[in-house]
Design a protein around this ligand. Structure first.
Ligand SMILES: Nc1ncnc2c1ncn2[C@@H]1O[C@H](COP(=O)(O)OP(=O)(O)OP(=O)(O)O)[C@@H](O)[C@H]1O
Ligand SMILES: [Mg+2]
Length: 297
């Protein structure tokens, strides 16, 4: 009897979870005309897809005519490398100005921007960004520093997308403070769920200590409909329904291999990744508002 009722509770959770993620392509009617444009991808757990999602969302925004600045704030420099232009490897070396140089006032922000494609700029990262926290500790108001820096480029772009290292450190706190939308990518497993709870509690703590409110959303990445994934999806959706984005990115070998194979997934006529990222971009555009303010350059 008990087994039966446990089983039916599980089934119910799966059922709800399965139907929570909207099949692609459904339009979300919410419209928030708030013009949020600073978006960061944050999660203290590694390997959940922060960099991949930051990259593909930026590329999708560019495809639909948005002008985007991407900032790599992770000393691993994966986002920088993933632009996979042979040109980038030439341009980026230990002397290339990165975020930590901007914070240390060694380089003006605009000098660190590299143009990587039509409508797409990048502030790259190198190992020098491992000094980010130490540099921040030396400025007068570390938490407000990223907001100050980003105010210098805010009107030049429709969106500024920031990829961070898997950590809860000072620089990520400053980036969270500066972000109008914080996206927390999660995969559907136990470690990722724990990372999500930790990251969310850190964000709530920051919000209350520094008295600010920004949009925080959870993005399910590497989604697949196996039983365990659906169970974890159920747990996440049940406890944080209003925070979970309706778009999910499905597990795709094409995404997994896109850097090694140098495939531009979003330029293909039809791919699962393109479908998922189009849906995600639409949802984010809806959430952030129309961004009617025209960039000046
Ligand atoms: N939807 C997906 N389907 C399949 N593989 C994916 C998907 N999203 C990301 N990956 C793969 O998962 C791995 C980790 O992704 P990624 O580097 O973006 O994570 P991350 O959160 O930025 O990691 P880190 O915290 O180390 O910076 C990569 O090999 C990437 O190709
Ligand atoms: Mg990364």
């Amino acid at each position: 009897m008990l087994r039966e009722s446990v089983r039916s509770a599980w089934c119910e959770t799966w059922f709800r979870a399965k139907h929570y993620i909207k099949p692609v392509w459904l339009k979300d009617n919410r419209l928030v005309h708030s013009g949020k444009k600073i978006i960061s991808f944050v999660m203290c757990k590694g390997g959940v897809g922060k960099t991949t999602t930051a990259l593909l969302l930026a590329k999708r925004f560019r495809q639909v005519g948005k002008k985007v600045l991407v900032i790599d704030a992770d000393p691993q420099g994966n986002l920088t490398a993933s632009f996979s232009l042979p040109r980038i490897n030439v341009l980026v070396n230990d002397k290339t100005p990165v975020l930590s140089d901007i914070i240390a006032r060694k380089c003006p922000l605009h000098d660190a921007i590299i143009h990587v494609g039509k409508g797409l700029d990048l502030i790259p990262s190198t190992g020098m960004n491992s000094l980010l926290d130490r540099r921040l500790e030396q400025v007068p108001d570390p938490i407000f520093e990223m907001k100050r820096i980003l105010s210098l480029v805010r009107s030049d772009y429709h969106y500024v997308i920031i990829d961070v290292a898997p950590a809860l450190n000072l620089v990520n706190a400053s980036i969270i403070y500066a972000s109008e939308l914080v996206i927390l990518p999660v995969t559907l497993d136990e470690y990722s769920r724990q990372g999500l709870m930790q990251t969310l509690s850190e964000i709530e703590d920051l919000q209350s200590r520094f008295n600010f409110k920004n949009e925080v959303r959870i993005l399910v990445n590497m989604y697949s409909q196996n039983k365990l994934s659906l169970l974890y999806l159920g747990l996440v959706v049940e406890t944080m329904t209003d925070k979970v984005l309706r778009s999910a990115i499905r597990y795709s070998l094409q995404i997994k291999n896109m850097i090694s194979t140098q495939t531009d997934l979003l330029s293909q006529r039809q791919s699962m990744a393109k479908l998922d990222y189009s849906q995600l971009a639409n949802e984010v555009i809806t959430l952030t508002g129309p961004n009617i303010e025209a960039p000046c350059g």
